[in-house]
Ligand binder design. Structure first.
Ligand SMILES: [Zn+2]
Length: 299
């Protein structure tokens, strides 16, 4: 089991961090469908970012990261519950994707997630049930990679200094993703200029150390995530404070799909009838549900 996120502190709690490595979660997301490499990469990366963002928020319910754009990949979504259930889905246009890959001669090469999404937005929501409001964050998709898009949110909306790297690995047909983030916490109480300078110096050093983490290191099965953190930050009082585990689980049900289909116009339902029944497949887990027309038409 290798789907864990560690929460850690640096420099006597001046900064907080997260390190995440995903294994089974990504494998299960892909188990019901085969995706082209660029789509698989984008979906793996989105899942890692979704979990890291969720782990920074205090909530009891469902955190959703959703990106929408006008490119060949039109939607990427990952949702994470407060008890560690993860699922993710993607919508893309295969023809446009192939055409774009040929045009840019990028076949066999992985382009960044925002490149395939095009112009659009990154949105996240926290749903804590009917009694509470939906908390929402939104930022335009600007940046040469997904990290830059996410960092824009922290800079513009939260004004929190944040540093983030995401990692991908493909071995055979198996994808893995990972990520590491550090964040400057608001300073408690008054600090003098000298302390301020020291804080800034530590922050700059920690950012450089974070950037030194290589892809082959974070996916090295012989290294625990504690080992990785110690290697990087042993001179910065690294301290692990929490460990969260994640697993793939879908929240779809026959009833939910039935409700969605029932809200459609009768003629649209008629168009979906095949062999006397209407079948819908969940985008997250691939589960198919079949209904007779009479189950979907409200009387
Ligand atoms: Zn499902």
């Amino acid at each position: 089991m290798n789907d864990k996120c560690l929460s850690f502190n640096l420099d006597n709690n001046a900064f907080r961090g997260r390190i995440l490595r995903l294994d089974n979660v990504v494998t299960e997301i892909f188990s019901h469908r085969h995706y082209p490499d660029n789509v698989a990469a984008a979906l793996s990366e989105t899942t890692a970012l979704g979990i890291i963002l969720a782990s920074l928020m205090k909530f009891d319910g469902i955190f959703t990261l959703q990106m929408q754009g006008d490119g060949p990949i039109s939607v990427l979504v990952a949702d994470v519950t407060s008890d560690g259930k993860v699922r993710a889905a993607v919508k893309y246009d295969e023809q446009r994707l192939n055409a774009a890959q040929q045009l840019r001669k990028t076949e066999g090469e992985i382009e960044s997630t925002p490149h395939w999404l095009g112009k659009g937005t990154l949105v996240f929501t926290i749903d804590q049930g009917r009694q509470t409001d939906l908390y929402q964050g939104i930022v335009d998709l600007h940046g040469k990679n997904l990290e830059e898009c996410a960092l824009r949110y922290f800079k513009n909306s939260e004004q929190i200094d944040t540093h983030l790297r995401l990692y991908l690995q493909k071995v055979g047909d198996v994808w893995k993703s990972a990520g590491i983030l550090i964040q400057k916490m608001p300073t408690a109480g008054h600090i003098d200029d000298e302390q301020q300078q020291q804080l800034q110096q530590n922050w700059e050093e920690d950012k450089i150390l974070l950037d030194s983490l290589r892809q082959e290191e974070i996916f090295d099965a012989k290294l625990s995530m504690e080992d990785i953190l110690f290697r990087l930050f042993h001179e910065h009082q690294v301290r692990v404070v929490k460990e969260n585990e994640y697993h793939f689980a879908c929240r779809c049900s026959r009833e939910k799909i039935q409700n969605t289909l029932s809200s459609m116009a009768e003629k649209d339902i008629d168009n979906m009838i095949e062999d006397g029944k209407i079948t819908a497949t969940c985008n997250f887990c691939g589960q198919s549900y079949s209904f007779s027309k009479s189950e979907l038409i409200k009387h």
